[in-house]
Design a protein around this ligand. Structure first.
Ligand code: IPM
Ligand code: MG
Length: 373
């Protein structure tokens, strides 16, 4: 397995170092041949050389089995230049049409929600990752005049919507196979459903785009009779994520809503310190990243939480089919969480490298119960 590593900017490098520390231990333990190639796509390179990410470099990336990415962005560069030029370009050009964002509350992690237990928050958001408002279509007319008009178009094709929904339906069944009946009431289980797919949209206002999503969702229903299908408007989804997150199993949504609700979701599971995502092209090279950004104010202080990047490496192994190694990392993560005082940078009760050491150590020395299982 050849892994391209893009550490990027800010705290990206230090969290990726911990993720690789953990990956090294996990791949050794399960005898998975792994090699890493570091590629410097970053603000520093841009400021030094003016280069962002060339088409040749993109082509090189297609030869890897997966990409592990830290974070992209820098206060010295105007907003959008690096985000669009590196991160979004990678997602779009490599056609990573799914952004998979698991949301899970681990024991011993503080959530700002009241009366919520770890078992109450365990769902995934399938965010469409190559279309919608992110296509960059639109523009200005009469810019810098009082008559100025700016447009930004939400664009979706039938095929884009369909492939995303198919992935989401399949995800419901995959989750059922791993741990059954997320998001269902007792009555729904008795009716024979295996899990639930919730479309998050805005059919009452975005009457073209989310009408298309709703129609394709319905069209696919017959192929997945075991999946209970639900719909929520995005504003209501924000309420439910706070008041009754138990109702969710797999949420599927467009690019912009997915961006917004997954930040909210991350807060409910204890913050950005834990949130990771997979940018997935099921037929080609996928990319895994923590979603917390560069956190420049914490750079180099050994204070940033590496668990999000470590979770990204867990998603990477899972995606490549190394379930056992992925599970070992998941358990290592839980071991570290048990010893930490908080998930926010500077409030962990220990340093970045120490968290990585605890996870790596737990992966290297599995618990007695697991050895005998
Ligand atoms: C994310 C980020 C990106 C996005 C930005 C940095 C372009 O917020 O991964 O959620 O909007 O997708
Ligand atoms: Mg975001």
């Amino acid at each position: 397995m050849k892994i391209a590593v893009v550490k990027g900017d800010g705290t990206g490098p230090e969290v990726i170092n911990e993720a690789i520390k953990v990956l090294n231990v996990a791949t050794q333990r399960y005898e998975i041949p792994f090699s890493y190639q570091e590629l410097d796509f970053s603000a520093n390179r841009y400021l030094d050389t003016g280069q962002i990410l060339s088409d040749d470099e993109l082509d090189q990336l297609r030869q890897y089995d997966a990409i592990l990415l830290g974070a992209i962005g820098d206060p010295r560069v105007p907003p959008g230049v690096l985000e669009k030029g590196i991160l979004l370009k990678l997602r779009f050009e490599l056609d990573q049409y799914i952004n998979l964002r698991p949301v899970k509350l681990y024991p011993n992690v503080q959530t700002p929600l009241h009366n919520i237990q770890p078992e109450d928050i365990d769902y995934v958001v399938v965010r469409e990752n190559t279309g919608g408002l992110y296509t960059g279509q639109g523009g200005f007319s009469e810019k810098n005049t009082p008559n100025e008009v700016a447009t930004q178009e939400m664009i979706y094709s039938y095929e884009q919507v369909k492939r995303c929904l198919v992935y989401a339906y399949d995800m419901v069944l995959k989750r059922h196979a791993q741990q059954p009946w997320h998001g269902l009431s007792e009555a729904e289980k008795e009716q024979g459903y295996m899990g639930k797919l919730t479309l998050c949209g805005k059919t009452n206002v975005l009457t073209y785009v989310y009408d298309l999503w709703q129609r394709v969702l319905d069209e696919l229903k017959d192929i997945y009779p075991q999946v209970l299908v639900d719909y929520v408007h995005v504003d209501a989804a924000c309420i439910y994520m706070i008041e009754c997150p138990q109702r969710f199993d797999v949420i599927v949504t467009g690019n912009m809503f997915g961006d917004i609700i997954t930040d909210l979701a991350a807060v409910t599971q204890g913050g950005m310190g834990l949130a990771a995502s997979g940018n997935i092209n099921p037929n080609s090279v996928s990319m895994f990243e923590p979603i917390g950004g560069t956190a420049p104010q914490f750079t180099g202080l050994d204070q940033i939480n590496p668990l999000a990047a470590i979770s990204a490496s867990h998603l990477l192994l899972d995606h490549l089919g190394y379930d056992q190694a992925a599970l070992a990392i998941e358990e290592g993560k839980m071991a570290a969480i048990q010893q930490m005082t908080g998930m926010q940078a500077g409030k962990m009760g220990m340093g970045t490298t120490q968290v990585g050491d605890i996870v790596a150590n737990a992966v290297a020395h599995p618990s007695i119960s697991e050895q005998t299982a």
